[in-house]
Design a protein around this ligand. Sequence first.
Ligand code: ASP
Length: 402
Amino acid sequence: MTATRFFRLPSVKRKRNGLLTALGATLAAFALLAGTARAQSSTETAPMQRATTTAERSSSEMPSNVVMVVHGGAGSIEEVNMTEEEAEAYRAELTEALRAGYAVIRDGGSSLDAVEAAIKPMEESRMFNSGRGGVFTNAGTVEHDASIMEGATRKAGAIAGTKHIAHPIEAARLVMEESPHVMLARQGAEEFALAQGMDLVPNDYFYTDERRARFLEGLSSDASTEKAPDEDAGVRARPERAPEHLGTVGEHLGTVGAAAVDQSGTLAAGTSTGGTFNKRWGRIGDSPITGAGSYAENETAAVSSTGWGEYFIRGVVPHDIASMMRYGDASLTEAARTVINEKLPQIGDGQGTGGVIALDVEGNVATPFTTPGMFRGWITEEGEVAVRFYAKDQYDGPMDGE
Ligand code: ASP
């Protein structure tokens, strides 16, 4: 299928001092106008292609015109442990997320809308550790964290430790847009979401009785298992829904995230998670923390993290990537790889593992990680999708700008 270019990413070049000059901004404005004109004159819909199959592109073909990148978590995702059916199911989920975000950008929508549109289907899926598939705390509850950020204004929103919000990414965005705050937690966040018109759901919406029983069985000999206090009393939940069977897919549950650039050249990033498996109830990870879970600024990058959150908080990983670009003049790839592969392992006892997806306004993408795998995928402005899982498929070509 011949790809039809439906718009061109604004050609915003970072200057060595990391700031846009008047000339750069003028060029960007022209590029933007030209792109908009092209988009308006085109009645064609950009072709939506099938995800790349196991025959991945070679590393030297890493595209530089990406409009959206997503991840479905980093961890022990290995080819030997993945059936072809599971791999196909993950490929389909990631492709659906990318297409949902792409449709928004193609139609002239904002990168924020695209990030939310991409994350929501993953929150609905039981195959990721977010929304419906959130993992259990040590008390057998499911507690979510999420954040979202926009790169032009650097507005940010987050929710932490909620137990009754089906779409944490939507609630995070509402905090950003409808409150003077950046982060709301637990019942306060839930009451806010309810006041904003979101439905609340019982905590068991996020699991099946069978899945929870299996989890509690595994913990029954563990004296440290705790009961979370009953905080649900003050929360108006909607009637319980019939639990679904988890099925065999879903053993590799991972956090989800997305980064996008829209036709105006605005970046956005978002992250949504159930946190780490068997975390102490009440624990808040990196995902809802601006600069640690998600970060976006147009002059540098949009970044979403996944991995051992405590280390990502201590390393302020996405913000560190942006800082290397802004103050150190590093390229996106160089900054993302340095922070993930060199700086993150140096924190404390060196146990911090994980990865990021990172995107700049020119459409360059970087997806470094230190775990055996990371579910990830991107879509170009022509609508070409690529999905990858394993470390062996990590990009190892020259860094951009070299
Ligand atoms: N970073 C998340 C957390 O620590 C977990 C993950 O990404 O898998 O809460």
